[in-house]
Ligand binder design. Structure first.
Ligand SMILES: Nc1ncnc2c1ncn2[C@@H]1O[C@H](COP(=O)(O)OP(=O)(O)OP(=O)(O)O)[C@@H](O)[C@H]1O
Ligand SMILES: [Mg+2]
Length: 289
């Protein structure tokens, strides 16, 4: 299964937007896609796909209950269909207290075992997805986490092993990109037993190609690959998609929405290319033993 977390420590760089449209682009390739929302905040992918009606009901079953081994039902019943071939596990307000819930669950589990037993808080999402046969049921798993490092990120990384990193190549964006190798190394060190694959940095909201080229040159000195595809500044089209709670592909295809301009169609192709690029990286033959 192709699995990755779309993450950057910088807020508002386009993680959720990229997750939505990559999910749709994978689906157009015939891949079955599951998106998991790990972001406790409003404005998450759940909202973007119009699946948030149960978010604030404290009694409803949700992914956090499954992570702390107190599910109220089956995993399959959490899954909502978002667009053709795109399913989503919606976010829930309990994600706000994920850290606390995991700590409490760990204490309870560890009290029931001998002194050396450790219940790994950071591996619970992976356990839930594996138990639900997600790797067999889906071709692609995409997780949309919050920006801040913590259990949301740790669980997302354990569940996917790979990161795709949107970056705004402005002064603000470049700072977070330049420290990226260190950030990834630190997470690897904290987690201890996982190697994080960085699929690439994807330049997003690109408006000035000169600035873009300058940064691209600076970043090429980094050990982190830059994806061969960048996404241009497309505020108008993307806010239209956000408002209507659809991907840009659905926006283009459905007559209920405004017609796209030619240059906006070009951005759809970029999302297609990005999904193809990501897919290729998982198709490379393993090194011969
Ligand atoms: N290529 C783009 N061109 C113009 N605007 C964009 C582009 N990508 C994203 N945006 C806009 O930037 C804003 C933030 O995007 P988004 O919510 O996807 O970021 P995020 O990284 O998920 O944020 P957060 O850190 O809050 O989770 C949104 O208004 C979105 O429409
Ligand atoms: Mg987001």
């Amino acid at each position: 299964m192709i699995s990755y977390t779309v993450w950057s420590e910088a807020g508002g760089v386009g993680k959720t937007t990229m997750s939505v449209n990559l999910a749709a682009a994978h689906a157009r390739r015939g891949q079955r896609v599951l998106v998991v929302d790990m972001d406790p905040q409003d404005g998450s992918i759940t909202h973007h796909f119009g699946a948030e009606h149960l978010r604030s009901d404290p009694d409803v079953d949700n992914i956090v209950r499954h992570m702390v081994e107190r599910p109220k039902g089956e995993f399959d019943d959490l899954v909502v269909s978002a667009e053709e071939n795109v399913d989503i596990v919606p976010g829930h307000n309990m994600l706000e207290s994920l850290e606390r819930n995991l700590t409490r669950a760990a204490q309870m589990e560890e009290d029931m075992h001998d002194a050396n037993y450790r219940w790994p808080k950071e591996k619970q999402l992976r356990r839930v997805l594996a138990d639900a046969d997600v790797p067999d049921e889906y071709d692609v798993l995409i997780i949309d986490p919050p920006a801040t490092v913590g259990q949301h990120i740790y669980n997302s990384i354990y569940a996917t092993s790979n990161l795709l990193i949107p970056a705004e190549l402005s002064a603000k964006g470049s700072q977070s990109v330049e420290g990226l190798r260190d950030v990834v190394d630190n997470i690897e060190e904290t987690l201890g037993d996982i190697e994080i694959g960085v699929l690439g940095i994807v330049p997003n909201k690109v408006s000035d190609t000169n600035v873009q080229e300058e940064y691209q040159e600076r970043l090429s000195g980094q050990e982190i690959p830059i994806a061969p595809v960048s996404i241009r500044e497309r505020g108008s089209m993307l806010s239209e998609a956000w408002k209507n709670q659809v991907s840009v592909f659905e926006l283009a295809e459905n007559d209920d929405y405004r017609d796209l301009r030619d240059y906006e169609e070009g951005t759809l192709e970029k999302f297609d290319e990005l999904a193809a690029h990501v897919t290729e990286q998982f198709e490379q033959p393993e090194a011969m033993p």
